[in-house]
Design a protein around this ligand. Structure first.
Ligand SMILES: Cc1cc2nc3c(=O)[nH]c(=O)nc-3n(C[C@H](O)[C@H](O)[C@H](O)COP(=O)(O)O)c2cc1C
Length: 400
């Protein structure tokens, strides 16, 4: 009874995945939680309130203005009641409304009024999930502290497959247990000092131009959020991105690979683990022009020299730190990653390929393979970067 006495408000919105939610509620109750259910009008088309009332053993709230009974300020009472709100499945519509502060039904009003943490399990057609507005809404809700679980990859009710399925109830239950600290995984990184690098670096050519790459920083920022949630003390050294650093991290913004190296190097001796998810430059201009280089018909030849290899340089000073590198390869993926692992004295390489659809650079999802010297490669399916981050840190916690 790991959730004894915990109050969980489960919100359902209108998607096929509503059929999974009674299993979640049954398991929450088996673990000792008290559950109340709020449904949107669309959700009631997919599963009956009677089913939800029966499995939760509590009345189900749907209407903001029921008319047939006195409700008073039930939206505030229900918002204050739970220790945790879980919205599963969460539609694209729901994410859009909450991200915009719209409260036009009971569930969105409760979400806006609750001081409790909110876990969201999105479920929708892959195109709906990929849509820029859904991505923007999900990213914003993540930034303001909503915890996203999924979506997962797989077959959809609409006969398509891709990223968009609601995670299975068992996975959601695990996350809820971690949230309440009923699972040892939650504090698996308590007091561990982890430095994560993220984003691209910019190598100046002249005062207005630079060489860079397409890294968005999303993977590194997701790792920083997950590490904080697991109790670690996290420093996030990041090149320029448009992302908001998660609350609780020591944030060190940098521009060049040299600056990133200095920021990491200074903190390296006190770290338990360094995770290099950034994309520092491999080459940097020999010289930086003092003033803007004029355009001309002759074109421009740039002389580049190797930039500092942060991981390799620090690996030479390794004294028990766990070193995790990300590798982005386009050919001979596993062989090249193994070579890098050995040459740079790393403990783990997370290999991703920009050739995979929906993976790596600037994508919300990632398909990775873990490479360790003493193991077979471990290929993970396409997952949201938040899920890759959580699973990877569970792995790191086990290795530390
Ligand atoms: C059969 C069917 C399945 C649907 N499944 C989903 C879904 O999985 N995810 C989603 O975002 N919308 C889905 N929709 C559309 C939503 O139900 C619709 O956008 C609705 O307005 C959502 O309302 P709500 O967010 O208030 O629950 C589906 C619609 C139908 C007819």
């Amino acid at each position: 009874m790991l959730l004894q006495g915990r109050k969980v408000l489960v919100g359902l919105t209108g998607g096929i995945a509503c059929y999974k939610v009674p299993y979640l509620i049954r398991d929450l109750i088996r673990e000792g939680a008290e559950v109340r259910v709020v449904m949107t009008a669309a959700a009631t088309k997919f599963i009956t309130p009677l089913t939800m009332e029966t499995v939760s053993a509590n009345p189900v709230a749907i209407e903001m203005f029921p008319g047939d009974r006195f409700v008073g300020t039930q939206h505030i009472d229900l918002a204050k009641w739970p220790d945790l709100v879980v919205v599963a499945p969460a539609t694209a519509n729901f994410l859009g409304k909450v991200a915009s502060g719209i409260c036009d039904d009971l569930l969105t009003t409760i979400i806006c009024a609750t001081p409790s943490p909110v876990i969201v399990a999105p479920a929708m057609n892959p195109q709906m999930w990929k849509h820029p507005s859904t991505q923007r809404n999900a990213a914003y809700l993540g930034e303001i502290g909503y915890q996203f679980v999924g979506p997962a990859e797989g077959e959809m009710a609409c006969n398509e497959s891709g990223l968009g399925r609601m995670v299975e109830p068992s996975e959601l239950l695990e996350v809820i247990k971690v949230h309440f600290g009923a699972n040892r995984k939650k504090k698996a990184l308590t007091d561990r000092r982890i430095l994560i690098t993220a984003g691209p670096c910019r190598e100046p050519i002249d005062p207005v131009r630079y060489i860079s790459n397409r890294s968005s920083g999303k993977m590194g920022f997701a790792l920083a959020s997950a590490a904080i949630a697991m109790g670690a003390k996290v420093a996030l050294v990041s090149g320029p991105t448009s992302l908001t650093p998660p609350q609780g991290v020591e944030y060190i913004p940098v521009e060049t690979t040299e600056q990133m190296y200095k920021a990491v190097s200074k903190r390296f001796p006190r770290l338990h683990c360094l995770i290099m998810a950034a994309a520092p430059a491999d080459f940097t201009p020999q010289a930086v022009a003092d003033s803007k280089i004029k355009k001309g018909k002759a074109g421009l030849k740039l002389d580049l020299k190797p930039a500092v290899d942060i991981l390799r340089t620090l690996a030479e000073r390794k004294k028990g730190q766990l070193l995790v590198g990300f590798a982005l390869e386009t050919d001979n993926l596993v062989a090249n990653a193994r070579k890098k692992l050995k040459e740079k004295n790393l403990d783990l390489i997370v290999l991703n390929s920009p050739l995979d659809d929906n993976s790596a650079f600037d994508s919300p999802s990632n398909k990775v393979t873990l490479i360790r010297s003493d193991r077979k490669p471990e290929a993970w399916p396409l997952m949201a970067k938040e899920d890759v981050a959580r699973k990877l840190l569970e792995k790191v916690a086990g290795m530390l």
